[in-house]
Ligand binder design. Structure first.
Ligand code: DX5
Ligand code: ZN
Length: 224
């Protein structure tokens, strides 16, 4: 089973409701919510207020990627807004163990993510605690960047650790995912694929999502 999580960062915000409905009907499993604070990453995007609006228009799993410094400041607000999962950057959470604990106390799924230059070793001690590990396959901060193939070995390493220790986390990949790169990441062990510009910048958003899902499933059949 491979899940597709369209990132609304690349959606047309003048018609966000229609865009979310379109990807929902096309088979989106999660809606990926790129929160940026203009501090941890250069851009500012959106927060709990927009999350509340999106919650009203879809029943899908809302997967928030917090590219913010000290994410602890926002956990309750996102929980109240109806987000289902909060994934935080290991580079931005000074007390990561406690932050993940707090996310679970709020009844949400907890995820951890790392920038391209950050090794998987940095999160080894929390892998038993998380529901999701997000492998950034671009430098966080912008949609539409080129996929970094060097990140495939992180996906493979996380799959090995799951097999070796029986961990249950999803392996989510994020950045530059299209019909070419989708099979590469599922073959390496990814279970959730985030895609923004390849879906929302396409002439036919629905067809674009379906093509990526098809390509991702093809990769599963060619697993290494
Ligand atoms: C980048 C975000 C990604 C991005 C993916 O900082 O975390 O989710 O929106 O967008 P594409 O698919 O356009 O690379
Ligand atoms: Zn993201």
């Amino acid at each position: 089973m491979v899940k597709i999580a369209p990132s609304i960062l690349s959606a047309d915000f003048s018609q966000l409701k229609e865009q979310v409905k379109t990807v929902e009907e096309a088979g989106a499993d999660w809606i990926h919510f790129d929160v940026m604070d203009g501090h941890f990453v250069p851009q500012i995007t959106f927060g709990p207020i927009v999350a509340r609006g999106v919650r009203k228009i879809t029943k899908r799993f809302l997967d928030a990627h917090l590219m913010v410094h000290t994410p602890d400041r926002f956990l309750e607000e996102f929980q109240k807004a109806g987000i289902n999962q909060l994934t935080v950057h290991v580079e931005a959470a000074l007390h990561l163990w406690q932050t993940l604990q707090r996310i679970h106390e709020l009844g949400l799924k907890a995820g951890v993510t790392m920038n391209p230059a950050t090794p998987v070793d940095w999160i080894h001690n929390v892998l038993h605690k998380v529901d999701n590990v997000l492998v950034m396959t671009v430098e966080p901060g912008y949609g539409g960047q080129t996929f970094l193939p060097e990140m495939l070995k992180k996906v493979e390493a996380l799959r090995e650790l799951k097999i070796k220790y029986g961990y249950t986390y999803e392996i989510e990949v994020d950045g530059g995912i299209d019909t070419q790169t989708a099979p590469l990441v599922t073959r390496a062990g990814a279970t959730v694929l985030v895609s923004g510009s390849s879906i929302f910048n396409a002439k036919d958003v629905s067809a674009a999502l379906k093509d990526i899902k098809k390509a991702a499933l093809n990769g599963l059949n060619q697993k290494v």
